[in-house]
Write a protein of this length. Structure first.
Length: 282
């Protein structure tokens, strides 16, 4: 495949230097750009209108993923054929897959999320691990949630590890960032959404909530920090503090696993007879 631009042989190229800096949060915030690595993420970025600004690809990757490179060009991205050294310098992974995209920020204002009257939302409060944040976003996408909210105390949405862990889901649903947890809860309540705080020491059992039929309406799950969970001042904001029952001998569930269980429980309840999605879709 002929190169779209001259091959970027030197890692000192200004374009490479600019992309390399995006590994750091302050540069991402200043430029409002972030990196998406690998064929899956780049494909999703190209399909997200106006998001993919540039694509760096080795000759081997450009040939293997010619369809993705074509989609990137069609999306208006500048495509650069690059040496493996350039890709290694730009990439934040140990074993790069030969494609690195430079993307524009895509977070959604919180007010737009509220205006859409979401039925299922994941709120990440003080979630600091980027891998966990990206995995919860992926779980929310898979469960059919309409939005994810990252509070102002949570990890950067555009951290390369978070982007990778989302496996493309970052580009599938609206995500609001930097929202104080009090504002997130108050806004969602005003929009008619019931707030459930996920906590291993919660007074309400997830199975009981399902049996009572109380999870059929619009719901937002609040997930806390990986190490200490949710502080009392956050738990008191919720309509209920719910624990995932442990039927075996495991001490607890990690954040991403608990989030998947909770979100899928809500998705099932909402799709049952009389659930909010059934009523809306019928």
């Amino acid at each position: 495949m002929p190169p779209a631009t001259p091959e970027l042989i030197s890692p000192r190229s200004p374009r490479v230097s600019a992309a390399r800096r995006l590994a750091k949060r302050n540069f991402r915030g200043k430029e409002r750009l972030f990196l998406a690595e690998g064929p899956q993420a780049v494909r999703e970025a190209a399909a997200h209108d106006g998001t993919l600004a540039e694509l760096f690809a080795t000759l081997e990757a450009a040939e293997r993923y010619a369809d993705i490179v074509g989609e990137a060009r069609d999306a208006g991205a500048r495509v650069h054929l690059a040496s493996e050294q350039v890709i290694a310098d730009v990439s934040t992974t140990v074993t790069p897959q030969g494609l690195v995209g430079v993307c524009r920020f895509i977070d959604t204002p919180f007010e737009e999320i509220l205006a859409a009257r979401p039925k299922l939302v994941a709120v990440l409060a003080n979630v600091r691990d980027p891998g966990n944040a990206g995995t919860v976003l992926r779980c929310a996408d898979a469960a059919g949630a309409e939005a994810v909210v990252l509070t102002d105390a949570s990890v950067d949405l555009y951290n390369p590890k978070a982007v990778r862990a989302s496996v493309g889901s970052l580009f599938h649903l609206p995500v609001a960032v930097g929202v104080p947890v009090e504002r997130a809860v108050a806004g969602l309540k005003d929009a008619g959404v019931r707030i459930l705080a996920a906590d291993g020491a919660g007074t309400d059992d997830l199975d009981d909530e399902l049996d009572k039929g109380s999870m059929r309406g619009p719901t937002a799950w609040v997930f806390g920090n990986e190490a200490w969970g949710l502080p009392e001042e956050t738990r008191v904001l919720a309509d209920a503090v719910v624990r995932v029952p442990i039927h075996g001998k495991a001490e607890s569930l990690n954040l991403a696993t608990a989030a998947a269980v909770c979100l899928y429980a809500s998705a099932r309840a909402q799709r049952a007879s009389g659930g909010c999605r059934t009523v809306t879709e019928s």
